[in-house]
Design a protein around this ligand. Structure first.
Ligand code: ZN
Length: 346
């Protein structure tokens, strides 16, 4: 990074699911993401941790889940990531609506953002003003609100589409944004700005339940670039179908230390660095209660499995490796969906 206090964008988003097989089937087969890591929750080894991403597990593409089967249904509300949005290539939303019909996915009518008359740019000359975009909102089988946003994917885009179930011209290409519902956005905005995100525009947002005004902040990188903020006091609770935390990229340890110090100077209390095996992490609960993580780019998902074999087996990091038999016995069996053409190659 040129400026150590500027994040390139979202690194991953971690959510709470119920049934692990249902979660796997939806995110791999219906949405076409690649299972890049099948592991356990390092704080609760009786629970899986699934990582769904692009073909190479590029930072900015992985949606991860803890399938906590015994937990109650959650409710999206204030102090949470309320929506997680993915990029899809321009012109692909018809394909996705047809696919959602075929698979029985619960989706809403498309929404236009930042194209209407209520939209105001923030007025700077950065060239980062939000462009008009079309959004297809839907829910996963646990009721998690997700969106597909049609965007122009540049030729040099860092993401690599996974094409086992969805063809390249329609495939999901990493995160577009997260939306935060906040009772008192001002102090969270201060955190986002400390992390190098800049306000780029605002508009009235009739498509959102508590919808007042949507303000967009942009990070420096090409993927997972946006954080949208909406003020709301609508109460929520954590459980199935809610986001657990959002992680932002701090590519190197030095970047992470600088960012951690900057956040701490606001009066927040970040954790020390924790080794998450595929990246190193710092966690901080920001002023409105949303759990943020800072995650390094390395060592990455290919540090313990070859690229071709990602997700093929249960990976038990570090000290958990000695307890494989016991841990496997405590987990529900799951099958990774395979396309028929892929099976024929085996
Ligand atoms: Zn995380």
């Amino acid at each position: 990074m040129t400026d150590p206090n500027t994040t390139p964008g979202i690194h991953h988003v971690t959510c709470i699911a119920g049934d692990p097989q249902r979660n796997m089937d939806f995110w791999v087969e219906t949405l076409g993401l690649r299972l890049v890591k099948r592991s356990i929750n390092q704080d609760d080894p009786g629970t899986y941790h699934f990582f769904f991403a692009d073909a190479e597990g590029t930072p900015g593409t992985s949606m991860t889940f803890f399938p906590w089967e015994g937990m109650r249904q959650g409710k999206v509300g204030s102090g949470q990531v309320s929506r997680t949005a993915f990029r899809v290539p321009e012109g692909s939303l018809d394909y996705w609506e047809d696919r959602f019909d075929e698979y029985g996915v619960d989706y809403d009518e498309r929404v236009e953002r930042f194209g209407g008359e209520s939209h105001r740019d923030s007025g700077d000359a950065s060239g980062d003003e939000p462009r008009a975009e079309t959004v297809l909102p839907f829910r996963d089988p646990d009721g998690l609100p997700v969106e597909l946003v049609a965007v122009e994917i540049p030729d040099d885009d860092p993401t690599v589409p996974w094409t086992e179930f969805v063809p390249e011209e329609h495939a999901i290409r990493g995160f577009h944004s997260v939306t935060l519902w906040l009772p008192d956005p001002e102090r969270t905005v201060e955190v986002l700005e400390t992390m190098g995100l800049e306000e780029v525009g605002t508009e009235e947002s009739p498509g959102d339940t508590p919808g007042d005004e949507r303000t967009r902040f942009a990070a420096a990188g090409p993927v997972g670039k946006y954080v949208d903020v909406l003020p709301t006091i609508q109460g929520g609770r954590q459980g199935h179908g809610t986001v657990h935390h959002v992680a932002f990229q701090t590519p190197t340890d030095e970047d992470q230390t600088a960012m951690r110090d900057a956040i701490q100077s606001l009066g927040l209390r970040p954790t020390n660095q924790i080794d998450r095996h595929w990246f190193r992490s710092v966690y901080v609960r920001e002023f409105n209660g949303v759990l943020f993580e800072l995650a390094t780019s390395g060592p990455g998902y290919t540090s313990d499995e070859p690229l071709d074999d990602l997700g093929g087996r249960l990976v038990l990091p570090g000290q958990f490796g000695d307890r494989r038999e016991e841990i496997e016995a405590g987990l529900t069996d799951v099958t990774v969906p395979r396309a028929e053409s892929a099976e024929a190659d085996d």
